[in-house]
Design a protein around this ligand. Sequence first.
Ligand code: CTP
Ligand code: MG
Length: 263
Amino acid sequence: VCSSDLCGMRPTRQSRSRSTIRGQPVSRSQPDVISSDCMNAAIIVAAGTGSRFGSDVPKQFLEVAGRPIVAHAISTFERATSIDSVIVVVSEDRVGYATDFLSKNNFTKVTAVAVGGDTRALSVRSGAEQLPEGAQIVLIHDGARPLLNLADIDAVINAARSKGAACLVAPVTETIKRVENGIVDATVDRAPLRRALTPQAFRRDVFEAMMESGDSGLATTDECMLAERLGFEVAAVEGDSANIKVTHPHDLLTVEAFLRSNG
Ligand code: CTP
Ligand code: MG
């Protein structure tokens, strides 16, 4: 439930612009108008090539427990009552494939499929162009993270609503060394360190400022970096450390085991 002072900054009734892929309307089955006092939209980026993973099919499209990794992520957003709209960003050659599995899975909240760019930051920008006008909170999620949970989605939305920007984090469990030229230079105090997970969430005004900041050339590996650079306070929300990003082939084994044991 949203309080009007937090989310009701715009009129509640508004027409969502039709979803497009490079200007072409995308035919999808959901209604053309989404009206809500407090609309939350998620951009799921899945346009990477997975160079570290090294498979022919990009990692986010490998099937685990009967469907592509990215479909597990989309499915969690579909089930989140706090989420109204989902935008999926894929590379140009995957648009047909993505549209196909989206309709097979009957993902009714997906309002657009956008074409990604050469960097993650550019893929986020492409997804941002498809945001519904009424979206008050914008979440960015890695399509290669299939193990996020519903509680973390709500927690990061609530933190963004009150603070403007929020990052899901998890503790660092390993001892961390700083290494220079093959020699250990120092052991870093890990107590204040956190791993940055996704989703990360932003109030719309903060998100627009981030997109307008023109920092897309920076090697940003997450969106919070942009907010931090602009001087926004970013709330750190302790999330589920099981929410790993599939990066190397062995991560897939973890995901398979997790999905098998958790249904
Ligand atoms: N991503 C994207 N567009 C890009 C690069 C990355 O949408 N140009 C997405 C990936 O598909 C992934 C998420 O951003 O869901 C996190 O990125 P990462 O794990 O680094 O994936 P890749 O960039 O594909 O992998 P690698 O860095 O090993 O090449
Ligand atoms: Mg990458």
